[in-house]
Ligand binder design. Sequence first.
Ligand code: GLU
Length: 293
Amino acid sequence: MSSHVRQKPVFRFAPSPNGRLHLGHALSAILNHDMAAASAGRFLLRIEDIDLARCTPEFERCIYDDLAWLGLSWEHSVRRQSEHFDEYRLALQRLIDAELAYPAFMSRSEIKAFVRQYEVDGKVWPRDPDGAPLYPPIDKERPAAQIAQLLSSGAQHAWRLDMAKTVGRVERSLHWHEGGSGAETFVEADPTAWGDIVLSRPDAPSSYHLSVVLDDALQSVTHVVRGMDLFAATSVHRLLQELLDLSAPQYHHHRLVLDEDGKKLSKSIGSTALEALRARGDTPSDIRRLLGV
Ligand code: GLU
């Protein structure tokens, strides 16, 4: 007799407690919750609080409160990324040991100054899909002795992935399964568009990219349902999954909820905060109606 048991689909909603949840978060949370329910799957909540300077326990409490108000229930326990820095450090060390990561000493203002200088006579320094300048090659070109000296003098540094070297090590082309609503497709990953992505910062032992792929694999997430704003980042996630031998979930990047000017909502836009909608008397059904879900 076959003892094969089909693995239950696992969905997750992974907000960062650095502001109040707005309608865009509500759409993500509801879609994940409902897709899990429709497939007899699991719905997890993960608190992405690696940015210790901007995340607060108060915002975290508001997340639980807003989600419960929406009528959503999630599995306990909740994974809080700030409790797992050691795991992210180990993964970073693997990339350092494989000589795919290098210490990056330039501050934000030094990067800006580099770009300004480069563009002074009309040339354009490349930007990543989010519009940020690619990391300059200066640190990769430093002699080993200088790097050793900087490190031993305690110079502040991030760790970045050497994208060109890394892509050279990956033998096959990378794809991801994009599905969810309508046609299923395989999207070819293009991580090089991001340049040398950050893996850790002086003030945060892990970057979003590193912790998200580790946690999705650790939590056996089978379906990542999140906003279109993270579509391009999935290329980086596929690359890191390949490098760290992590499983790759399916992805569904859903439409974004836009403000009246057609811009993506941000946590600072008060009028679409769930808190403000509650205060004006909206019910959870009103929110679903507003979002069309
Ligand atoms: N923590 C991310 C955010 O709040 C979402 C990450 C993800 O769903 O992969 O935007």
